[in-house]
Write a protein that binds this ligand. Sequence first.
Ligand code: AMP
Ligand code: MG
Length: 400
Amino acid sequence: MLAESEAIERILSVLDPLPQQNVPLCESLNRFAASHLLAMVPLPGFNNSAMDGYALQAADSQKSEPLRVTGEQPAGAQRDLKVDPGEAVRIFTGAPLPAGANAVIMQEDVTKIDGGTKISCNEPVTPNENVRLMGCDICVGQRILETGQRVTAARIGILAAQGLSTFEVTGCPRVAVVTTGNELAQAGTFLKPGQIYNSNGVMLQAMLGGLGISNVSVQHVPDDYVRTADILRELIGSHDFIIICGGVSVGDHDCVRPALQALRVKPGFWRVKIKPGKPLLFTQAPRGDGTSCTIFGLPGNPVSAFVTFELFARPALLKAMGASAQELKHPQSSTVLDSKLNNGSNRPHYVRGYFDGHKFTPQGGQRSHELFGLGNSNALLRMEPGSKLQAGSEVTVLLI
Ligand code: AMP
Ligand code: MG
């Protein structure tokens, strides 16, 4: 049985980022920058007003004489106005600052005189007050995105502010999910005795969606190694990843390994020292064109499937999507455990629980078929084999 860290290392060592592609900006969400990007447009693009008010020379705000309002500068049009001493220009948020002005006084801080042709300042302003200076947020040449950084909605905002409508990202893998098992019924059908609904298929599809991988093909095969081999053969030719779930253990009806054997695909590894999820299979099936299809055989128990996807398939998929080493890891937090826990097993145990920002509370039953607690969980706590933790122990959890 392989140690968890070795399994991850072996997976990541054989995966490369997919070729890059140019996608419309709105489709780049959750993808990864294929190369670093330098700003071409400064932000702000010109000195402009942060307030509705009056552009003036800051020193004039301290004087008792009213200021003459000589014009109006709205946003969106450069009126080439000028502010001399003793003068002010009516200005609005986002409007270019007139030449000569070095501050804006908020309209709430002035008293209009003679129908607004003059103002007197009720508060002093300092140079640059309420002014957004050109380039103070982003200057030309600044690195605004690093290779392998995730494209978030905020970063899409930055790219759009650069005037871009498309963006170069690393490719997105074509992923197929295959569920296995004679006992599984599809949603919407009546359960026959001994049947259960197929929950892993759509759960894995949703987990892929969470990584920004849509367009996933989801199929089901009965426990029949010939049919499993047939479907795998077809998918190997057309997909970058196959996530096959269930049937990877040693039971008489576990068909994934016999199917791979029939296809002459050797398992890279099978079985990892981890709980839940021991029967985890990983391999790559070569294709005629020199590329290969990466195959994960996840255990069928729903919690095992979830945890092994998070720990092993997720980093592999993200690496193929071009994520930086840092982006491959789950965010972590140190916290306090609020009840005692015991890992009597000889494998590391990932305990599912809820992290509220202060403490970690294990949720529900912790056996590998017990989905309910996982549903209330947002974090995993890794317990060393044979370890005991007291309530109040300081722990580090992975945020999922
Ligand atoms: P297996 O890994 O095929 O031995 O399955 C282990 C357990 O997971 C069994 O109780 C299966 O019924 C269950 N299981 C397997 N596949 C699924 C699935 N797609 N959805 C829900 N439960 C499943
Ligand atoms: Mg099965």
